[in-house]
Design a protein around this ligand. Structure first.
Ligand SMILES: Cc1cc2nc3c(=O)[nH]c(=O)nc-3n(C[C@H](O)[C@H](O)[C@H](O)COP(=O)(O)OP(=O)(O)OC[C@H]3O[C@@H](n4cnc5c(N)ncnc54)[C@H](O)[C@@H]3O)c2cc1C
Length: 339
């Protein structure tokens, strides 16, 4: 059955539905219109995107010293139809990025639909550069945007019941060491109105906070220099910090126990097909995800019904691979870049 392409954006995530005539792997013609720019276009100024992380190409070149000039060569050289044991031909959900968001998404999906085939690609098994492990692990309710406040309140509730959510059989999850110390935000005279407005929004949604005058601040925090401070807001419940590595491990272990497949692999592009509909309209559709396995450095095509972009700071790059922000069909880019 041919599925028409749909798309939904959820914060940094995009979910993409693939078009596919059947689930079997068909040989990929390296000359057909891949999403990879053709060599002639690569050096021109019009080159709008890099589908393969240049770092990856560089590393591979070093490994086997093949004459790889550009992304196209790289794909041709590496593409294989032969399967290694652990890489499936197809999956229902393909998640790019296996850190906190990818792992949490996989967990929630498997909880609601246990039969769903969920595959995660994570190129860095040690998570050395993922924001998750670099993060301070702070949780606060003090935001202006309702969605952020609601997410924080939900997160605090989740952590309170983490055993119910992330235990595996009778084993408690890895302790995430949540410290219930509130955040204290302070403001000058010109911020008083904003603090009061935010406080109304936050508490109306269930946030547990206390507004403090300078005198109250001095009493509660005697070490604080309150010169120039006119207002403070302190989180009395549901705020603090935790160990992000431990939380990632807990989510990952739980997701694994529910049958999620983690692959040490990198999404390097998409195989693209042009479809001509009965009314003559031409649509570029994603056919297969191209996956570079860290096990053997080969690229495997994979069919997926949905692709979820949980690549953190690299989400913009992954979106470009899918044509987002670089094609007439989807001209608006995902404004996320690693710094
Ligand atoms: C210094 C710092 C402090 C922070 N402090 C806080 C805080 O106190 N509180 C808070 O709530 N948030 C904080 N954050 C933000 C928070 O860490 C991030 O929002 C969150 O960790 C993002 O998780 P993620 O899974 O989306 O991204 P990441 O953790 O960055 O994971 C993305 C993963 O995708 C993988 N990946 C990328 N591209 C590909 C590809 N093509 N193929 C396969 N895998 C790929 C990467 O290897 C990476 O592991 C902080 C962030 C930083 C950097």
């Amino acid at each position: 059955m041919t599925l028409k392409l749909t798309r939904r954006f959820i914060c940094q995530l995009f979910v993409r539905r693939f078009a596919s005539n059947d689930s079997s792997i068909t040989p990929i013609d390296p000359n057909k219109d891949l999403t990879i720019k053709k060599p002639s276009e690569i050096s021109t100024k019009k080159r709008a995107f890099t589908l393969i992380n240049p770092q990856t190409v560089h590393q591979i070149k070093r490994i086997d010293d093949v004459p790889i000039q550009n992304e196209m060569d790289f794909i041709r050289h590496r593409l294989t139809e032969k399967r290694v044991k652990n890489i499936p031909i197809e999956t229902d959900i393909l998640i790019i990025g296996g850190a906190i968001k990818g792992s949490a998404i996989a967990f929630f999906l498997k909880q609601r639909a246990p039969d769903l085939k969920v595959t995660i690609l994570e190129r860095d098994w040690n998570y050395t550069t993922s924001s998750t492990v670099l993060s301070a692990g702070g949780l606060r309710q003090q935001f202006a945007l309702e969605e952020n406040i609601q997410m924080s309140i939900y997160g605090a509730e989740f952590l309170k019941h983490i055993r119910d959510h992330l235990s595996i059989l009778d084993n408690d999850p890895v302790p995430v060491s949540f410290h219930h110390n509130g955040y204290l935000l302070c403001g000058s005279e010109k911020s008083v109105k904003l603090f009061e407005e935010n406080y109304q929004t936050q508490t109306s949604l269930g946030a547990k906070l206390k507004l403090l005058t300078p005198n109250m601040l001095k009493k509660q925090f005697p070490w604080l220099n309150t010169d120039g401070i006119e207002i403070g807001c302190f989180g009395v419940q549901n705020e603090g910090w935790l160990d992000p590595w431990a939380l990632l491990t807990a989510f990952r272990q739980k997701a694994l126990s529910l049958g999620v497949l983690y692959l040490n692999a990198e999404l390097v592009g998409f195989d693209k097909v042009k479809r001509v509909w009965a009314d003559g309209t031409i649509e570029n559709q994603m056919d297969k995800a191209l996956i570079l396995s860290a096990e053997d450095n080969r690229i495997y095509p994979m069919d997926a019904t949905f692709v979820i972009n949980a690549a953190g700071p690299w989400a913009g790059e992954v979106a470009k691979m899918a044509g987002i922000g670089v094609s007439d069909q989807y001209p608006v880019a995902l404004p996320v870049e690693p710094r």
